[in-house]
Design a protein around this ligand. Sequence first.
Ligand SMILES: [Cu+2]
Length: 258
Amino acid sequence: MGVRKNAGLLTAAEATTLRQAFGRVLGLDDERGYQYQAGIHGLPLPTSCQHHHPLFLPWHRAYVYLFERALQDQVASVALPWWDWTSAAAHREGMPAPYTVRTADGTPNPLLDAPITVLTAAQRRQLAANGLITSGTRPRTFRDPEVPDELPRAATINSILQAPTFDDFTTRLENVHDAVHVWVGGSMSAVPVAAYDPIFWAHHCMIDRLWYLWQLRHPGAGPPAALLRQALAPFPMTVADTLDIGRLGYSYAVQVVS
Ligand SMILES: [Cu+2]
């Protein structure tokens, strides 16, 4: 089914497909739509995401998988790309171009930012006052990135990929993950609104890919057995359901960018 690729190496046609899929999901007001999907992570309540917990990787794998399925319901050939923030390109330029150009194909780029339509007036005021969304009655996500060369380094990730146990691996990877959220800044720096920023999905695709690479190197190692039957609310999946991306029907292209 879907082959996830490096966001820095998308062809023009692949980038157009990705924008089309995001554009269509952004236009849907029901449970197939962007506001519903992004809202599962934080606001509107309840906050469902799992952080600083052994469920972090399984929960986010299910989340990204089901969002990718929502994109594929609109544009069957689309796959979510990953943002390799360790690459030399990322350390020169930061986020990949498909996510940062202001316009593409003659229209505003739906990967640059997104509206957040589900907030109460009080939430809008408070989030805007805290610098997490744009102000006004029709808020959007925004970013305030740091210097590109301060993104996580390949050597750090290579060391984390050698972690012998799932607990050690997930704890160290989640800390790097947190640092990238903070690096992007603005909406991405706060759990309640982070998933509305389109770069969220490329960031979490990278996290998911690193878990997959760790799984390849450590066959048999995984989350504690006691967790395997745990449900990943609100998704109709358990931890065990997330362990094999082949069974979920997607794969990661072997692509590195220098
Ligand atoms: Cu995250």
